[in-house]
Design a protein around this ligand. Structure first.
Ligand code: NAD
Length: 498
């Protein structure tokens, strides 16, 4: 059995805690590897390596730091097929979808190739008599990232790319469910010229996370995962004096106005609801058609498409979606479908009991559709994180708008309409972080920033874009006056510019 350890100080290191967890192939249910779960001591070893390497890296000029990322991007492109297959084998998503996962991370690496410009400070000449004032952005020192299973390529790169480009050393604690790709990314960073100790990957569970959150040498923590853990990580990191940004779960709505192009809306819902088996934090899980006629047309067009979804293992290059990640996820999703039936929602397409010939032990859930879902139901309130779409029928635009506004989560939302006024009003009034207008999964590109509102995000700076440069650096402001400008005698009054 393959044993996945850690990557510390530029080397593969076997786990020493005596604890490990199984890594499954979700398409077959087979255990394909075990992954070590780090102890406090192993986190400490990674921090010591990071601490030793970081000052020299921070003192490396930004153009040289950028060159590591230019080379890394090239290596990602050359190794794309191998990387995507490695990802799919542990996650279950199709290989093309895995390429999308890696490319979205690669784009953040391209963005940080501009670090010489992005990390420039500010300068004011003559802020006072013979006084110049300037602000510089220095790395926080050691940063850490804790990432979820659903984007094992993109999300680690969201974090380590800007952190490292800014001159930090980094400890990555990826999901224990698909740990191979993050370690491979760290190997490629070394091949791209990154000094050993700057990017360390330590596998683990809650024990490793707690060791990170209480370690006195880690200055900033970035987390992406479910909301209860995001809330916990945010609180624990903050009470240990760390800067933290923590992103949680979602329940993304798509409003379909009566004037929307219905074919476009239906195709958008198919991709956004069932792509990656619904295991995306920006997946659309609630469709809100406005008016009975819109709802009837929508459901009528959706049903045959859902019934003909091609579901397969990642080796099937024609599959629309693969299995869900674990047996637990499989049971949870099926349980929530049962719950929706009990609650009185109309299960129009039932994905329970779906079996794929030759893959009977795989964690496949068929595409499912509920109609007549109401806001008081558990299936509406809960993030299902599977291929299950709920239709909540709204009488009018105001009622449709109120649904995502009142929902606990605030990650993404979309509106399908041809009416510019409605779209503009929607974008202005909605209390959600990322809005799509005739775009189903409005994930901002690397040079904008990614982040939700409400229970989808804790902390005030987003992932990537210029927010990430702010998050991974501390501002230092210097006020300088040279002797020729200094008056004789002491000044006892607070200096002002009056
Ligand atoms: P998760 O919360 O179970 O795990 C995330 C990370 O936290 C993992 O590294 C895991 O090892 C660690 N962890 C798990 N339990 C812990 C505990 N008790 N204490 C400390 N650490 C713990 O999330 P997941 O199932 O891997 O990912 C799916 C979730 O992530 C969904 O809720 C999804 O919406 C969310 N997500 C959010 C975004 C976003 O940007 N908002 C992006 C992707 C995924």
């Amino acid at each position: 059995m393959r044993e996945i350890g850690h990557f510390i100080g530029g080397k593969h290191v076997a786990g020493t805690s005596g604890r490990s967890s199984n890594v499954y192939n979700p398409a077959t249910g087979e255990v394909q590897a075990t992954v070590a779960l780090a102890s406090v001591g192993e986190i400490r070893a990674a921090v010591e390596n990071a601490k030793a390497a970081q000052p020299k890296w921070a003192a490396t000029n930004p153009q040289r730091r950028a060159r590591v990322f230019f080379k890394f991007v090239e290596l990602l492109n050359t190794n794309m097929n191998e990387l995507a297959e490695m990802l799919s084998k542990e996650h279950g998503k199709t290989v093309e979808d895995s390429k999308g996962d890696i490319i979205r991370g690669l784009e953040v690496c391209e963005f940080v190739c501009g670090i010489p410009h992005l990390q420039k400070g500010e300068f004011t000449e003559g802020a006072g008599p013979s006084i110049d004032m300037y602000s510089i952005r220095q790395p926080v020192g050691i940063g850490a990232g804790i990432t979820p299973f659903n984007f094992p390529g993109m999300i680690p790169m969201w974090m380590f790319a800007p952190a490292i480009a800014c001159g930090n050393a980094f400890i990555l604690k990826p999901s224990e469910r698909d740990p191979s790709l993050p370690i491979r990314l760290a190997e490629l960073m070394i091949e791209a010229g990154l000094p050993a100790g700057i990017l360390n990957v330590v596998n683990g569970d809650k024990a490793a996370v707690d060791a990170i959150l209480t370690d006195p040498d880690i200055g900033a923590v970035s987390f992406v995962g479910s909301t209860p853990i995001a809330r916990y990580v945010y609180g624990t990191a903050a009470s240990n004096g760390k800067r933290a940004q923590c992103f949680g779960g979602a329940k993304n709505h798509m409003i379909i106005m009566p004037d929307a192009d219905m074919d476009q809306a239906v195709n958008a819902l198919m991709g956004a609801g069932y792509g990656s088996a619904g295991e995306r934090c920006m997946a659309v899980s609630v469709a809100v058609p406005v008016g009975e006629d819109t709802a009837n047309r929508l459901v009528e067009k959706l049903v045959p498409k859902i019934e003909s979804l091609r579901i397969g293992p990642y080796t099937d290059d024609k599959a629309d979606m693969g299995p869900v990640v674990t047996k637990d996820a499989y049971n949870r999703i099926n349980g929530l479908i049962d719950r929706g039936v009990e609650e009185g929602a109309k299960l129009v397409v039932d994905g329970r009991g779906f079996k794929l010939q030759g893959y009977e032990d795989g964690y496949f859930v068929g595409g499912s559709l509920f109609d007549h879902v109401t806001p008081d139901m558990d299936i509406y309130k809960t993030e299902i994180f599977g291929p299950v779409l709920s239709v909540v029928r709204a009488k009018n635009y105001e009622q449709a708008l109120e649904l995502p506004m009142k929902h606990e989560y605030g990650n993404g939302v979309a509106i399908y309409t041809r009416d510019g006024d409605a779209a503009r009003d929607f974008a202005s009034r909605i209390n959600i972080g990322m809005i799509g207008i005739n775009v189903p999964i409005p994930v901002p590109l690397a040079y904008h920033s990614f982040g939700g509102w409400k229970a989808s995000s804790f902390g005030d700076l987003n992932q990537h874009g210029t927010d990430s440069i702010k998050f991974w650096t501390k501002t230092k402001t210097i006020t300088a006056r040279w002797p020729s400008g200094i008056k004789d005698g002491a000044e006892f009054v607070m200096p002002t510019m009056k």
